[in-house]
Every structure is written in structure tokens, then in C-alpha cells.
Design a protein around this ligand. Structure first.
Ligand SMILES: Cc1cc2nc3c(=O)[nH]c(=O)nc-3n(C[C@H](O)[C@H](O)[C@H](O)COP(=O)(O)OP(=O)(O)OC[C@H]3O[C@@H](n4cnc5c(N)ncnc54)[C@H](O)[C@@H]3O)c2cc1C
Length: 416
């Protein structure tokens, strides 16, 4: 099924159309053949894990090769300003993500930097880190975690206890993080800590090599996604040079929000692409599958599920595009102050898209019957990922609290 004409005013830009052609070409010529090669080698790739729970080696290999090939093609970081990326705006990035995620979650998605890939934080890395670490990161050779959450500090992130004390012209880092994406394999982590004596809102970020003495990874924390990519990190007297500082001492709260806002803004194109995938698969399957002498799409109850999937897809797409277009010129991802209305819109985008994708994936499984639950069908994996989305980057409860807070400040004059 082709994309509906975007709501008026939100189509991809002329430049983005050219990039979308390159994305389609890359997927057909490089990404899908890489995925298919691994699937031929190991079979269905959902639940492909090592005995210790880490993502299976052929899948980690696929992730890296996908990142690297996409970086060579100049497509890995469409969201970052030049020279680090393509410098696309929020609406254009939506269209690129949608194009990628409509291929489901077999591995093509790794062609776009994920939360363990380059984010806007790299613009705040020191000159030393940009010289030594950034080239390999942008080339897709390495991954870098964003490490904020601790066992005692989740939604209440400022309760973090990871600490840094001055040591000569550098620091010594102590503490632990958990539920960190990429923890089992990242080469570096961007660790949020508090320098001794600093106030609650004075957070400091450090770029920490995971092979530094005192830095270690704990066992995989296996989530509902069963993808072996989440885990704890520990820092026990890790000595850091001055160039490890990201941004300025005590000033990382803005960086935390910069990263979180980026993660939230991504949910539009990701969820829309995955919903589109579910719709295509469901329409195709229910038209071909016959029961009681007719295609199951003829049955009212099945048709109703298909129409619900379609409506959820269109609604998330329209909402996300409208919000992203409105946020386009607000400097949201430039690190400047973000107003209550902008935060509310981003929370609305994230919450609506996450929840709508869960409904979509659930219905897509249902119309596939027993096959919908098979790992090899690929849709149950989308359901598990969709269930996960409602927790990281701010739970749905936190998003709703932010939306409600902003309403108290008034909402007159909003576009309808
Ligand atoms: C797969 C996965 C990957 C992740 N990746 C990363 C990562 O890369 N980096 C990172 O730093 N973190 C990461 N996280 C952590 C994630 O950001 C936290 O799990 C999330 O912020 C919630 O924190 P918590 O788990 O401690 O839950 P809690 O904060 O303890 O929340 C428990 C429940 O209480 C509710 N609650 C808490 N406070 C309020 C409130 N004020 N109002 C209403 N309800 C409230 C929550 O909504 C939730 O329902 C990841 C998590 C998962 C599952």
C-alpha cells in the first residue's frame, strides 16, 4: 500500500525526496540482502541469543555491518547537522524513518542511528573526544550508550547517585547504571553523574570508555523484547581525563533533555513505519487466507480489525507530522530552552504513537491467527517492542503528567 498524501504542508522536502530514493535503493541493494543472508544462516532471528543472553553474534555482526554500510552510503545520521549528518529537519527525518521501519524489525532498522548511535550530544563532546572517538562512531564501527537510569533513579532521574570527584585536572567516577540500551556491547557510555558538592539539578556528563580500568558491564537484563541489548554498567574508581567532560560541569540537565527529546521525536516515524508494515501484512494475509470458503477479510469482525489498524496508522501519522512541523523551528534539538507547549506536544506525540502501535500490532497478530504468534512471522516482535516503548524515554504516566501540567498554563490559540 502506498503512503497516503501527507496532511497538506508536511510532505518530504525536495532534498528529502532525493534522500528517500537513496534510502529505498540502499534497502533493496544492500540492507535486505544482508538481512536475508543472516536469516539463511541462523533461521528466524527473533530470540537469537547467546547462552549468556546477549544478542547472538551473527545479529550483532549484522547490526554493525548495517550501521557501517549505511554510514558509507551517507544515510546513518539523517538527523544530525552537517558535517556529522544529513541535517534534515524533524518532518524529513520522520519520512526517512517511516521508509525504513516499514520493513519491520528484521535488521534494516539498524541503518538509522538508534539510541546507542550518534545523537545531538556529539555536538557537545570535547575536541579530544570528537577527534578520537567520533569518526568511528559516525562510521557505525562503534556504539555509545546513554547512561542515565539507575536502580534508584528512573522517572525521578535527578535522584541519581553516580558521583564524580575531581582528581588533578580530571575526575574519578563511581556508581552504577541499569536498563541501559547497548550495555552488553557498547565501546563507550555517556554517563550522567553528579560532581561532589553539586546541587540536585547540577548533573555532569562524561564520555567513558568501557575498557577503562574500573568500568564493567553486568549480566544482560533480558526484557520483553528478548533481544539481549539491555544491561547494567558499573564504574568503580574510573579515572577520566579532562576531555571526557561532555558540555560543561553541572550543565548536563539540558543535555539529558536534548537526548530525551530526540528519542521522543523519533517515535513518530518509527511507529508510523511499523504500523504501515503491520497494515500491509494484515491486508495481504487476510485477503489470501481462506476459511469457511471465503477470504477471511470478508468477515465483518476481521474487516473491523483492519479498519481499526488503518485508522490508528493514519491518526498517528497525522498527529506526529503536525507536531513535528510545529516543533521544526523551535530549536528543540539545538539544546536551547524548550517551552511547556513544545514539551507537551512531544509528550503527546510519544504517548499517542506508542499506544497506537501497541493496538495496531495486537490486531495484526489477531488477524494472522496462530501464525501471528510465530516468531518467524515477525509481527509478534513488533508487539513486544511496542509494549516496551511505553516505558523508556519517559513512561506514559510521566508524559501524561507533563501534558496535564501544561494545560494549567493555558492552551488558547492552539492550532486545531
Ligand atoms: C528496554 C529499555 C531500554 C532502556 N534504555 C535506557 C537507556 O539507554 N538509557 C537510560 O538511561 N535508561 C534506559 N532505560 C530506562 C528507562 O528510561 C526507565 O525504565 C524509565 O525512565 C522508567 O524508570 P523506572 O524503570 O525506574 O520506573 P519508575 O520510575 O520506578 O516507575 C514505576 C512506575 O511508576 C510510575 N511513576 C513514577 N513516577 C511517577 C509520577 N511522578 N507520576 C506518575 N507515575 C509515576 C511510572 O510511570 C511507572 O509506571 C531503558 C529501559 C528499558 C525498559
Amino acid at each position: 500500500m502506498s503512503a497516503p498524501a501527507g496532511p497538506r504542508g508536511y510532505p518530504p522536502s525536495e532534498r528529502c525526496r532525493g534522500i528517500l530514493d537513496r534510502v529505498r535503493e540502499f534497502i533493496a541493494d544492500e540492507a535486505l540482502p544482508m538481512v536475508e543472508e543472516v536469516e539463511r544462516e541462523i533461521g528466524p532471528t527473533a530470540f537469537a541469543l547467546e547462552p549468556d543472553g546477549r544478542l547472538a553474534a551473527p545479529m550483532i555482526g549484522l547490526k554493525h555491518r548495517m550501521q557501517q554500510a549505511s554510514a558509507r552510503a551517507g544515510l546513518y545520521c539523517p538527523h544530525l547537522p552537517a558535517p556529522d549528518g544529513l541535517g534534515l529537519g524533524l518532518v524529513d527525518v520522520f519520512h526517512v524513518q517511516e521508509e525504513v521501519y516499514r520493513h519491520g524489525l528484521r535488521g534494516v532498522q539498524w541503518m538509522l542511528a538508534w539510541t546507542d548511535g550518534p545523537s545531538h550530544l556529539v555536538r557537545h563532546w570535547s575536541a579530544e573526544a570528537r577527534e578520537a572517538v567520533l569518526p568511528g562512531f559516525l562510521a557505525g564501527d562503534t556504539n555509545v550508550a546513554f547512561a542515565l537510569t539507575e536502580p534508584g533513579a528512573g522517572s525521578d532521574a535527578l535522584a541519581l547517585t553516580t558521583s564524580a570527584r575531581r582528581d588533578g585536572d580530571g575526575w574519578v567516577l563511581d556508581g552504577g547504571k541499569h536498563l541501559i540500551t547497548g550495555a552488553p556491547f557498547v565501546q563507550h557510555a555517556q554517563v550522567m553523574a553528579r560532581v561532589e558538592g553539586a546541587g540536585r539539578r547540577e548533573v555532569t556528563a562524561f564520555l567513558v570508555p568501557m575498557d577503562a580500568p574500573g568500568a564493567s558491564r553486568g549480566p544482560v537484563q533480558q526484557t520483553i523484547m528478548a533481544d539481549g541489548q539491555t544491561g547494567p554498567l558499573s564504574f568503580d574508581g574510573v579515572r577520566l581525563p579532562p576531555g571526557a567532560l561532555i558540555g560543561r560541569e553541572g550543565g548536563a540537565l539540558d543535555l539529558v533533555f536534548l537526548w530525551i527529546n530526540w528519542a521522543r521525536s523519533r517515535r513518530g516515524g518509527m511507529c508510523s513505519g511499523l504500523a504501515w508494515h503491520c497494515l500491509d501484512r494484515s491486508v495481504g494475509y487476510t485477503g489470501a487466507r481462506r476459511a469457511f470458503g471465503r477470504p477471511i477479510s470478508d468477515f465483518g469482525a476481521v474487516a473491523e480489525r483492519l479498519s481499526d489498524v488503518y485508522m490508528d496508522w493514519r491518526a498517528m501519522r497525522a498527529l506526529a507530522l503536525e507536531v513535528l512541523a510545529r516543533l521544526e523551528d523551535t530549536g528543540l534539538l539545538d539544546g536551547g530552552p524548550v517551552g511547556a507547549a513544545e514539551r507537551r506536544d512531544l509528550s503527546m506525540l510519544k504517548t499517542w504513537c506508542d499506544e497506537a502501535l501497541l493496538r495496531v500490532a495486537d490486531r495484526a497478530i489477531q488477524v494472522h491467527g496462530g501464525r501471528g504468534l510465530l516468531a518467524e512471522t515477525g509481527i509478534e516482535r513488533i508487539y513486544r517492542v511496542a509494549r516496551n516503548l511505553r516505558i523508556p524515554a519517559g513512561t506514559t504516566e510521566i508524559q501524561r503528567a507533563m501534558i496535564a501540567d501544561s494545560l494549567a498554563a493555558g492552551y488558547d490559540g492552539e492550532p486545531v
